[in-house]
Design a protein around this ligand. Sequence first.
Ligand SMILES: Cc1cc2nc3c(=O)[nH]c(=O)nc-3n(C[C@H](O)[C@H](O)[C@H](O)COP(=O)(O)OP(=O)(O)OC[C@H]3O[C@@H](n4cnc5c(N)ncnc54)[C@H](O)[C@@H]3O)c2cc1C
Length: 289
Amino acid sequence: MKAPPFDYARPASLAEVFDLLAAHGDNARLLAGGQTLLATLNMRLSEPALLVDINGIAELSGISVSATHLRIGALTRHTEIEDSPLVARHAPLLAMAVPHIAHRAIRNLGTFGGSIAYADPAAEWPACALALDAELIVRSRSGERRIAAADFFVDVLTTSLLAGEVLVACEIPLRGPDWRHAFDELARRHGDYAIVGLAVAARRDGELVADARLSFLGVGNTPLRARQTEAVLNGRRLDAQAIDDAAAALRTELSGEYAPMSDLTNSSATKRHLATVLLRRQLAQIAAQ
Ligand SMILES: Cc1cc2nc3c(=O)[nH]c(=O)nc-3n(C[C@H](O)[C@H](O)[C@H](O)COP(=O)(O)OP(=O)(O)OC[C@H]3O[C@@H](n4cnc5c(N)ncnc54)[C@H](O)[C@@H]3O)c2cc1C
């Protein structure tokens, strides 16, 4: 299918973007890498009258580090994250996750901000943002807001972005050398969206787990922190018994309110099982680091 007709604007500043969004309201849609939006237009799942191409706005791009944060501009391509020494050093979880996103050609165009704003529950960046306590920085005509990742993802493909707001960057707190990370996912083929994935960040205090963050993708309507399972790990040595106990806790946690949503080929029970497999594998990796 072909996209319905639309107008196209390529503003040179955020001020112009805000003017266009104010003038066209719901009929305008931001265009970043286009790797999701253009497909939805071609399938006629959305019919905006105007595409506002933000690719000419330099201040939205780039990766930088301050004394406290790693900052990733919304327009930063997935491959820039893949190739960034700053990311490898300060947010290794992102470097571990990025090869799982689609294929290199798509990663050359798709952007960090586009993925976060689209909020697909099976996408890698939202789950990583949650595991890393990232803050999403959004701007509109009326100023800037900072939203914790935990408050940003509201439902399937739904965020707390308001009309007229643009996601401009993401800030990730710098962590010390006592943090460990692991990322893995199970997908039908490499490059497909995950059936289930898991982003882990864990602070070690000597031999003990001091702060475990388990952020699942493909399980809930939004990325999901398995907080009851985290509580089972905190204060423990990460030995075989702790991993068994965490796996049992996860099965319980994903059986009630947080039972995984099924998809076309996987039942909720299959996803619960896969989540447990990933948890065991990744905790063993963390223990070995
Ligand atoms: C074959 C294929 C496989 C893929 N597999 C994966 C995968 O495994 N994992 C994964 O995570 N993704 C996958 N993707 C999606 C890809 O990562 C996209 O790049 C990403 O979801 C959207 O980023 P984008 O820059 O292309 O956004 P666009 O398609 O340009 O925009 C997506 C949406 O976000 C909005 N938006 C974009 N930028 C902003 C902003 N700064 N502020 C506010 N709103 C904004 C747009 O208006 C639009 O509604 C796949 C895509 C394809 C085509």
